[in-house]
Design a protein around this ligand. Structure first.
Ligand SMILES: Nc1ncnc2c1ncn2[C@@H]1O[C@H](COP(=O)(O)OP(=O)(O)OP(=O)(O)O)[C@@H](O)[C@H]1O
Ligand SMILES: [Mg+2]
Length: 79
């Protein structure tokens, strides 16, 4: 049995493009089959920033998103 996550955020970073401010510090996150994950934190702590990055709705400044072990390009998301 392999241990490839369904979704992997591998060293992702997000910055505000206009000011260069870091919105999401270097983050490693894996979701495995059967996992249930809750993301908690106060308003403005970055939950939506993280989830938008995970869904490749916003451009990453570092790292990549993998789906079943394969890197996904942002351009492929509409498909
Ligand atoms: N595109 C953006 N450009 C600049 N700053 C942003 C951008 N998106 C989010 N931020 C800032 O990043 C921080 C985290 O915001 P985020 O919306 O991720 O918080 P949240 O944890 O989802 O809050 P809430 O619980 O209110 O939904 C906030 O300071 C927000 O203003
Ligand atoms: Mg939010």
């Amino acid at each position: 049995m392999t241990d490839v996550p369904l979704v992997l955020a591998d060293g992702i970073v997000r910055r505000d493009a206009s000011r260069g401010q870091t919105l999401l510090q270097l983050t490693q996150f894996a979701l495995h089959a059967g996992d249930r994950v809750a993301i908690t934190g106060p308003s403005g702590s970055g939950k939506s920033v993280f989830l938008r990055a995970l869904a490749l709705l916003d451009p990453l400044d570092a790292g990549c998103i993998q789906w079943h072990g394969a890197s996904v390009a942002r351009a492929a998301i509409p498909r």
